[in-house]
Design a protein around this ligand. Sequence first.
Ligand SMILES: NC(=O)c1ccc[n+]([C@@H]2O[C@H](COP(=O)([O-])OP(=O)(O)OC[C@H]3O[C@@H](n4cnc5c(N)ncnc54)[C@H](O)[C@@H]3O)[C@@H](O)[C@H]2O)c1
Ligand SMILES: O=C(O)C(=O)C[C@@H](O)[C@H](O)[C@H](O)COP(=O)(O)O
Ligand SMILES: [Zn+2]
Length: 376
Amino acid sequence: MTSPATAISRTVRVDLGDRSYDILIGPGLIATAGAEISARLKGRRVAVVTDEHVAPIYLEPFMGSLAQSGIEAVSQILPAGEKTKSFEHLMTVCDGVLGARIERNDAVVALGGGVIGDLTGFAAGIVRRGSRFIQVPTSLLAQVDSSVGGKTGINSRHGKNLIGVFHQPDLVLADTDVLDTLSPREFRAGYAEVAKYGLIDKPDFFAWLERNWRDIFSGGPARIEAIATSCQAKADVVAADERENGLRALLNLGHTFGHALEAATEYDSARLVHGEGVSIGMVLAHQFSARMNLASPDDARRVEAHLAEVGLPISMNAIPGGLPSAEVLMDAIAQDKKVKAGKLTFILTRGIGQSFVADDVPASEVLAFLKEKQPR
Ligand SMILES: NC(=O)c1ccc[n+]([C@@H]2O[C@H](COP(=O)([O-])OP(=O)(O)OC[C@H]3O[C@@H](n4cnc5c(N)ncnc54)[C@H](O)[C@@H]3O)[C@@H](O)[C@H]2O)c1
Ligand SMILES: O=C(O)C(=O)C[C@@H](O)[C@H](O)[C@H](O)COP(=O)(O)O
Ligand SMILES: [Zn+2]
């Protein structure tokens, strides 16, 4: 398909047979969104879901772009932050979409970060047993990770992302201009997921990030390169293992610890956001791997050094407000979706870019490790 937009810098294809879709990455895509969507949508109506931080800056231009292409749109504005991934807000979104009589061939659009993307994607996945879904990610994290791959969901009092469905988007529009209004803290948090791809299986990419992170943070040409490389890495994994029967679990590097820390801080974005949990979690995964004699401690130190250099937290000590005991963190870890027959699965590593899925990790070892690492 020829794209109506002129300013697109990169396109990454997620290859999933008749559910394949494009990720368009580049400047100016909010302005051309209507044309991009119109070229792919059978219906003529959309329901846009966004949050209270994104709406004042981007909702009007986005709605204007849709109107210019003859797409009729309604919108809903939700509170910002992780606590919005809840049943209450899921009901609000479903109710809004149904109330607006959005049909299956129309589309539900997420305009926002990963919170809005995960919640809205879940609503799209269950409304009318599955409606078309478009991701317009506005945070770095959402552009490099959450908008791609079809994991959607909400949190439960039992843990992070425990309720949801796989529901792939039909299109992802990542307008890189919008990153200029993201707070430095949220930009850094998204960068943790960029670094994750290097640490999983791309040591050269990690080394490139060590050399080029300043250009990425300041909006130089390396920024789009890093986003496109991340999207390609995720697209490859998702195409090979859409529903996490094996390989896809690698994308969870740092998340078993990170999700437990998010639960322990009660999804309070003032204390810890997802990408910060992933940063601490990736350091812990590398330190734990060294403790188990799987990797050199020098690799863990290299990961810590780079994440600290960009300003990310690298230990549980950095989380304000105190944490529950190691035993309570282990309870959260026991709810991880990778647990099989009660046995813990972790993503561990043999070195930079040499991550692997470790089944049957002894809980006693993890507990002892967490006790050592607990803030004093
Ligand atoms: N589905 C997946 O595969 C996947 C992958 C990674 C993360 N996630 C989920 O994504 C969520 C985290 O996403 P996030 O980091 O984008 O958080 P977020 O959605 O809370 O966005 C971060 C903050 O930035 C604001 N914001 C977003 N775009 C902005 C912009 N352009 N300008 C100004 N402010 C802007 C938001 O309002 C929010 O306050 C977590 O819930 C995590 O579990 C899902
Ligand atoms: O897409 C995936 O697969 C990932 O694991 C990406 C992660 O960055 C993301 O945070 C995801 O939501 C975690 O998935 P979960 O299955 O552990 O909830
Ligand atoms: Zn993540």
